[in-house]
Design a protein around this ligand. Sequence first.
Ligand code: GZL
Length: 312
Amino acid sequence: TIAALTACLASSVSAKTLTVGFSQIGSESGWRAAETTVTKQQAEKRGITLKFADAQQKQENQIKAIRGFIAQGVDAILVAPVVATGWDAVLKEAKEEKIPVILLDREIDAPKDLYLTAVTSDTVYEGKVAGEWLAKDVGSKDCKVVELQGTTGSSPAINRKKGFEQGIAGHTNIKIVRSQTGDFTRTKGKEVMESFIKAEGGGKDICAVYAHNDDMAVGAIQAIKEAGLKPGTDIKVVSVDSIPDIFQAMAKGEANATVELTPNMAGPAFDALEAYLKDKKEPPKWIQTESKLYTQADDPQKVYEAKKGLGY
Ligand code: GZL
């Protein structure tokens, strides 16, 4: 009957599956690969159709992907912004089409009305926790630190540097003697650490390496070993992300501390999006994810077993 048809149409409209475009940076790190896996799982769980675009770490590819999603008329767009600037124009285009944008794991320097919310950790705090751990570990001993920075111009690289400096502030025995980007990758992290070792007396003058992510730390560990030094004892290793491989290194005594970053930014993002689209509920502009310090005292082998296979 007409009534039955109408009812069936109404229910199918209300249960309309959401289509969400996801502009992902790339797969530069184990953590990034896990975020992609988890985002796809979270979409699947919610019956959301996810259109995925990998930008190979290039902002112009992200902007192209976002324009494509706008043209397709998606219901919403997720963006993990590779750098903090240069987003205003394309986000204005999404706003004009009334397509909400949610930022994942990195912030941007743009008017807050250009995005619905940002789901990120407190990346300054992560750096501070890393710095405070090192200050406690070295006590009053002189300590020359080398720093492997994340992608130049990205909010985590800017903030983790700032936070680490806060963490060691007042400890005049601790000095950052070299600092350079390793672009969040193992390969670059190893290359840059090799250059630091050459520049600092073959590495024997280096007391610690602070890497803005575990992938660069894993690369640095390789370089330290190839220089005939012991990572974790000759040169302390502290980093961020808490990917399984850093716990494997920790279990072997080759890494000392890592600050955990959850790869599940999409869960809170989709929750906020559905509440916004269904009940017009405005989320806060920042949804903060937890940060937790892990050291060798936290049974790293057990943590490794628990984390491996979670999409890293
Ligand atoms: C931080 C995130 C960083 C990770 C890296 O929120 O943007 O990007 O720490 C990744 O592993 O490359």
